[in-house]
Design a protein around this ligand. Sequence first.
Ligand SMILES: Nc1ncnc2c1ncn2[C@@H]1O[C@H](COP(=O)(O)OP(=O)(O)O)[C@@H](O)[C@H]1O
Ligand SMILES: [Mg+2]
Length: 594
Amino acid sequence: MGSRVVDNCPDKATATSNFVYVSEADELGGYKYVESTGFVFGLRAHALVPDGSVALNGVQRRILRVAAKDGLELRPYRPPKDLPFVAMVYAKVTGVLDKVRPAEVQSEELINRLLKFKGQILTKNQHVAFDLDSGGNYKLMIEQLLIDVEGKSLDTPRGFLAENTAFIFTNDGSSPITIAGQKGYASSQIFKTKTISFESLGIGGLDKQFEAIFRRAFASRVFPASITQRLGIKHVKGILLYGPPGTGKTLIARQIGKMLNGKEPKIVNGPEVLNKFVGQSEENIRNLFADADAEFKAKGDASALHIIIFDEIDAICKQRGSVRDGSGVHDTVVNQLLTKIDGVDSLNNILLIGMTNRKDMLDEALLRPGRLEVLIEIGLPDEKGRLQIFKIHTSKMSENAFLAQGVDLERLAEITKNFSGAEIEGLVKDAAAYALNRNINFDDLHAPLEEENIKVTMHDFEKAFEEVKPAFGASTEALESYRTHGIIPCGEAFDHLRETLTTLVQQSMGLAEVFNVSLHVPSLRVDEMVKVLRHLDCFSVMDIPQAVDLLTSISSKVVPMKKLLLWLEMARQDVPEGQKIPLARWEQALRDLS
Ligand SMILES: Nc1ncnc2c1ncn2[C@@H]1O[C@H](COP(=O)(O)OP(=O)(O)O)[C@@H](O)[C@H]1O
Ligand SMILES: [Mg+2]
């Protein structure tokens, strides 16, 4: 359909309609929409537009990067059948001209005006010019379009503006226009910017988890109450972050406030809430919720979001009845907490974030739907995460040129399998300590340190690596090497034997499951010990009764089989091949070991 010559809009009404106009004779005239450079516009024919021209307003010309008299390719656009209706538009409002006087605009007037564009197709990053009855020409800069799919909000690049499309007007401070009265949007601007990363807050390797937290706990809060009610979305009121110690949970608690708009989250530590004075723990919990309570009573759903972070929540939410301090304080505290999230007293304006190293210890009632229902594991970081964490904890060093060239953080990330964030931090500190030590003159502790000489080298990291060992997990290589107990497959006969044995073991394990019994080797009584020792033939027959005596007197009356074998192994160590274990040696070994 080809190129048209760009022209100005014939009048003010056409310029603020967001349509593009062609002449009445134009062959495109029969189409409702046209597309150009990725944007879609509603199309109208107009008597004042010359043949072969397309009339655009200034804002349209700007996003299409054309000026009057330029040529512009236009293609008819047929909306695909599945082109969605937009549930929510995130947009910024500024003046049409870059220089504009500060002004306050009522959001209601804005929305009423924008809904006149109903039926038009919006594309992300599009700018739309419009005017207001109260005066002024503005443009809407579309930042994000959300659609609703089964209660979830999803991003879309393009969609129809509908009668019930909601708008959230954002302002990053660059526009002098203030939007007043964004009612029901109180919690809509939860995050300070839309592109926050955990890494910039000094938390490494948890971007995926953060996304999950956002998607599952905050996404519904981004919608104004008017929409969530219509969609029947229930806000998530509680999430639980769990995982091994040292992985950054407390760190998240301390930093999360930095990326949220508005109210600082309240952070409490489980053990701190508990108080030995009767009634004090309950009061602590009440105080914790007091602000949210008051605001919810006053403003209902328009209330801002109150985030309450419970670090080490296991301390107060142990299985009810499991804590035998006789006071029942735990039980009342847990009950109290539950009613706030999901009971008669329940508040809709709270988000409770619990954190724990011991999910297994938690009262199950706490994890039911409607309570701490979103469980997010904060596990040990993977290689990419470890690299991020190394970067975070060496950034100061490298800024100040204390990090020697040749320190290969990628390599360090590779070899620190199963290290937690805290352990990586420890490793960095340890390496730094080596570097400092090297520069201390122990003969003259008053000698000045020569700063330029202090460099943390790869060698320092390697020495530190020898010292710092991860507490959790085991390296897979190590496990792998133990897998066959050091037995090396040595031919057909071996394979046959191993297969048969494996089958046997699997069968008996299968059977064990069927009968619901566990296989275990019982501890040995005295008469059994005699039999075992006789069978093993490691003492001379005459010594056996006394060997058993020694065993039971030094150790205990019943001895697990495994322990016995271990002791025998130890006792046998210095005894020449083929000889029996002397009683004196046996006694020695027992005393050494028990
Ligand atoms: N993912 C991480 N990124 C950066 N530093 C971390 C990370 N995890 C742990 N650390 C470091 O270890 C310290 C202790 O971690 P912490 O948040 O107390 O662990 P948790 O609460 O999970 O037991 C933190 O203050 C931080 O210095
Ligand atoms: Mg912690």
